[in-house]
Ligand binder design. Structure first.
Ligand SMILES: Cc1cc2nc3c(=O)[nH]c(=O)nc-3n(C[C@H](O)[C@H](O)[C@H](O)COP(=O)(O)OP(=O)(O)OC[C@H]3O[C@@H](n4cnc5c(N)ncnc54)[C@H](O)[C@@H]3O)c2cc1C
Length: 463
């Protein structure tokens, strides 16, 4: 099989949302040529494996790439997202990335796209169709795969599962062919939340649903991340942190301010993963009364499930729905810029697409790695309740650092993917040191001090 040699200034591995958000800014701000490689046959990454009823968790207004709008900024008039900015479906997200590739990237004449191609490392990839190898001589190698996104369709369950037990990913719910005595949803994250709500939408009696929740989660209220109220709500949360007297008191105050919500008010959550829900979703989830808090599932046999802390019996005609894939894993961070290698990671917590675009902006606007890495400090995905504190800290510290670069602040204010740096936030940041903003900055410093204090008391696990 022959080896083909090509040149490109940027070789981007992965045509998922992060790789495309990076490519978009490079295309629009430079004259560079790009080669984009992905093992899938279409752009959009994990959205190609999505369960059919998934929608974005946060407004479409902040999703996709910087140069192209997703959706039309409509306010939903029906459903559990009523009154809030629309949330694109998986199909809309895929169509968006397909159009981006066909209407913007390829016509630019500077992008070569290699679908169905497995990246082998060192600038080489193999076509999954022809078997031929391509060697790319590239100025920069951009790895958009490091975040290692996993979804249930491509991530089999880790627990023991003999034949005779029907355990499916949520994707299978769209093609139900049997009637079941029980639906057992396994997982406490956003996929499980979506699955429970979908079952309720299908008219399944809430008492026929059993929900395995290893850890309860603090959740973000989607109404509080809408652009018109974001700043006010963030300041309320920071005020609540600043006034708190202990970690427990802090969560109580943040909850009181509306910054965080939980499904069961009688359980203290130990998880935080940036999952975003509406109040209407929470109200419906509360209809499910059989919530099993016995740790993780170890094995399922016909009629029986074994968990970390005991076992449960279920009708033999139960459908188990596996929602345990660790979609957004908490990974060790690495420098974003390292010579010719660029590793895309979140540089603002939970804002991966914004981060990919931001990294591309920094790549195009600054020249040395030390300066670029100073502006692009990676922050791991949150997982525990303590990571909520890190998220607030890293967001504030990053934002204050970026505000000292006037051009960068202008870019942030204009960036479609940046739902955070509204003109009000930019104005506030630009006013640092002036008497008019002294009380706000004092509150920020007090909140950062409290966060440091609570994080010092974090129990060390797994050492
Ligand atoms: C269900 C779900 C909903 C989400 N909703 C939101 C939301 O509402 N708002 C938000 O901001 N974020 C959301 N996120 C988080 C994040 O923004 C998205 O997951 C985003 O699409 C991640 O894109 P990615 O490029 O990092 O990863 P991926 O989509 O996984 O893309 C990586 C690509 O790399 C390719 N690849 C990997 N290895 C190789 C190799 N060796 N050779 C060739 N190709 C390779 C893969 O095929 C894949 O196409 C959501 C995440 C999930 C899982």
């Amino acid at each position: 099989m022959g080896v083909t040699k090509i040149d490109a200034e940027y070789l981007i591995v992965g045509a998922g949302a992060m790789g495309l958000a990076f490519a978009d800014v490079i295309l629009n701000r430079t004259s560079a040529s790009l080669a984009i490689v992905d093992r899938l046959d279409r752009p959009g990454g994990h959205w190609n494996h999505a369960y059919p009823f998934v929608r974005l968790h946060q407004p479409s207004a902040y999703y996709g790439v910087n140069s192209r709008k997703l959706g039309s900024n409509r306010i939903d008039e029906v459903g559990r997202n009523r009154g809030m900015l629309e949330l694109a479906s998986a199909q809309e997200v895929l169509a968006y990335f397909d159009q981006l590739m066909r209407q913007d990237f390829l016509p630019s004449g500077r992008v070569r796209y290699f679908p169905q191609s497995e990246y082998l490392g060192d600038g080489r990839f193999r076509s999954l169709a022809s078997g031929g190898t391509v060697e790319v001589t590239a100025g920069k190698h951009v790895d958009s795969t490091y975040m290692n996104v996993k979804v249930p369709q491509i991530d089999p369950p880790k627990f023991h599962l003999p034949t005779g037990v029907e355990c499916v990913p949520p994707n299978a719910l769209a093609r139900l062919a049997n009637v079941y005595d029980k639906f057992v949803v396994i997982g406490g994250g956003k996929t499980a939340i979506d699955t429970c709500l979908y079952l309720l939408d299908l008219g399944i009696d809430p008492d026929l649903i059993s929900w395995i929740v290893p850890r309860d989660s603090w959740l973000l209220d989607r109404a509080k991340v809408q652009p018109d109220s974001l700043m006010e709500n963030i300041l309320k949360q920071i005020g609540a942190i600043a006034q708190s007297t202990s970690l427990a008191d802090m969560f109580a105050r943040v909850e009181e301010s509306g910054g965080l919500i939980r499904i069961d008010p009688s359980v203290e959550p130990t998880m935080y993963r940036c999952a975003t829900v509406s109040q209407a979703e929470v109200e419906d989830l509360r209809k499910i009364r059989d919530v099993v808090r016995m740790g993780r599932v170890k094995a399922i046999e016909p009629g029986r499930m074994t968990l970390d802390e005991g076992s449960r019996s279920y009708p033999t005609n139960s459908l188990f729905i596996n929602c345990t894939a660790d979609g957004l894993e908490k990974r060790p961070t690495r420098p974003v810029f390292d010579g010719r290698n660029v590793t895309l990671q979140a540089v603002r917590p939970c804002q991966q697409l914004f981060a990919a675009a931001f990294i591309a902006y920094v790549e195009s606007a600054y020249s040395d790695d030390a300066t670029k890495n100073g502006l692009c400090e990676p922050t791991p995905h949150p997982d525990s309740q303590y990571d909520y504190l890190r998220m607030i800290r890293d967001t504030l510290v990053g934002q204050m650092k970026w505000a000292s670069e006037p051009q960068l602040l202008t870019w942030l204010t204009e960036a479609r993917l940046d739902g955070f740096t509204t003109p009000e936030v930019a104005q506030l940041l630009a006013s640092a040191g002036q008497p008019s903003s002294a009380s706000t900055f004092e509150m920020l410093q007090t909140a950062l001090g409290k966060i440091g204090e609570y994080l010092r008391d974090e129990p060390q696990t797994g050492a």
